[in-house]
Design a protein around this ligand. Structure first.
Ligand SMILES: *[C@@H]1O[C@H](CO)[C@@H](O)[C@H](O)[C@H]1NC(C)=O
Ligand SMILES: *[C@@H]1O[C@H](CO)[C@@H](O)[C@H](O)[C@H]1NC(C)=O
Length: 383
């Protein structure tokens, strides 16, 4: 009698603790949120100055982050503050920063802005550690690296960061022919394609074109209407956005002309730069491999600091709707338990990763991303 009661009591304890354990596991698994985000650098100067830019920007380096761009990332860092990053004193815990960054100067400057916003009390220590562990691998000048490490990062825009280079950079520049020479042939093929030639003519027949061309001509008087292409208009519009963000009132474009140029941007991003399978493989292999590692890894937050080209390469296969990333834009995979959702600028996107378009499972997402991972990128790119 005693022994069976005893056995029963033990059994009850085992059952209750098993149930509790299963329930507890389920709760923590469900509640656990993971974020994997892709952040674009902030506002910059135009990459190449035309005569008008030369007057407006004077000695400011082309393609560099501006003070306003720095502030954008600082604000983004501030709005990213969550308990996860901090110890009891409110200092960021270095080990929690699972960040990767392009070493193009405007991205490194953006990164610093972000960390200053995220870790107001100990950004200097965090940045020194990060330069030591991450950026130093890509430094080509020991003296400049030391100078940076000894600085207090209160005036980071004084460093030009030109001495940092990634030799093999498919994670940030897989879309570029400097990494994948084969892309030059693809570009050539697209530019000679009848579909492209027709589209180019079609854009130039549109009434908005005359306004755009006039403004282009004010920026560079030696431009000839016959030689204007989608590519040139895209570059011009990119520069316009830089000038606009900086507060310059030139060039001037009506809203209609801006909408027209948005269409050109979309055509260039989605029908030229990210339309062929080799372009997808080259631009996405390492990025998607990184995402899969983050999905399977232990980090709660993983951040990637890069370029609009990276976000567009992803968007071109992840969603139907063509989007244009503004400065400091954010594309995020948010994972809750087993479910994954994609957000752009904090708005939920319908994706192509599974039939239901939202709430895809981790398994579905990984399987979808794997389609764009090439096992022999070097051969494909003819390196
Ligand atoms: C101005 O346009 C001409 C003709 O397209 C081009 O050759 C030249 O490089 C342009 N100048 C600048 C500074 O962009
Ligand atoms: C997506 O998943 C969330 C959390 O699991 C759930 O609350 C929501 O209702 C789901 N939405 C749809 C449309 O299934």
């Amino acid at each position: 009698m005693f022994s069976s009661q005893f056995t029963w009591a033990i059994l009850q304890i085992i059952i209750i603790s098993a149930l509790y354990f299963i329930n507890f596991k389920a709760i923590t698994f469900e509640d656990q949120q993971k974020e994997i985000s892709f952040i674009r650098h902030g506002a910059r100067s135009p990459n190449k100055y035309n005569p008008l830019d030369q007057i407006l920007w004077k000695n400011y380096k082309p393609g560099y982050l501006t003070e306003k761009g720095f502030q954008q990332l600082h604000d983004l860092g501030q709005s990213s503050q969550t308990n996860y990053f901090y110890d009891a004193e409110g200092n960021c815990i270095y080990q929690k920063l699972n960040f990767v960054s392009s070493v193009i100067p405007r991205v490194m400057h953006s990164f610093i802005g972000f960390v200053k916003g995220l870790c107001p009390y100990n950004f200097q220590g965090i940045l020194r550690n990060y330069f030591q562990d991450y950026y130093s691998k890509y430094s080509q000048n020991e003296n400049i690296l030391n100078e940076i490490m000894q600085s207090d990062f209160t005036n980071p825009l004084i460093f030009d960061f030109q001495t940092f280079k990634m030799e093999r950079d498919f994670l940030f520049h897989g879309h570029s022919s400097s990494q994948c020479p084969k892309l030059d042939y693809i570009k050539e093929e697209i530019l000679n394609n009848q579909e492209y030639l027709n589209k180019n003519e079609e854009f130039k027949q549109r009434p908005e074109f005359q306004e755009v061309f006039q403004q282009m001509k004010l920026s560079n008087s030696s431009l000839d209407e016959g030689t204007i292409t989608i590519n040139k208009m895209k570059t011009f519009y990119g520069g316009f956005k830089c000038n606009r963000y900086q507060g310059f009132d030139k060039p001037v474009l009506s809203l209609n002309a801006q909408k027209y140029l948005d269409e050109i941007f979309i055509y260039k991003f989605y029908k030229m730069d990210n339309s062929r399978s080799i372009q997808h493989f080259s631009a996405l292999t390492e990025i998607f491999q990184w995402i899969i590692n983050q999905i399977q890894g232990d980090h709660t937050i993983s951040l990637y600091f890069g370029h609009d080209s990276n976000q567009v390469a992803m968007l071109s296969v992840l969603v139907e709707e063509p989007l244009i990333p503004p400065f400091a834009s954010k594309l995020s995979f948010i994972i809750q338990g087993e479910y994954v959702n994609l957000y752009f600028q904090n708005e939920l996107l319908e994706t192509r990763m599974c039939r239901s378009k939202i709430n895809c499972t981790r398994g579905q997402v990984i399987k979808y991303l794997e389609q764009y991972i090439s096992k022999n990128l070097n051969e494909l790119c003819q390196i």
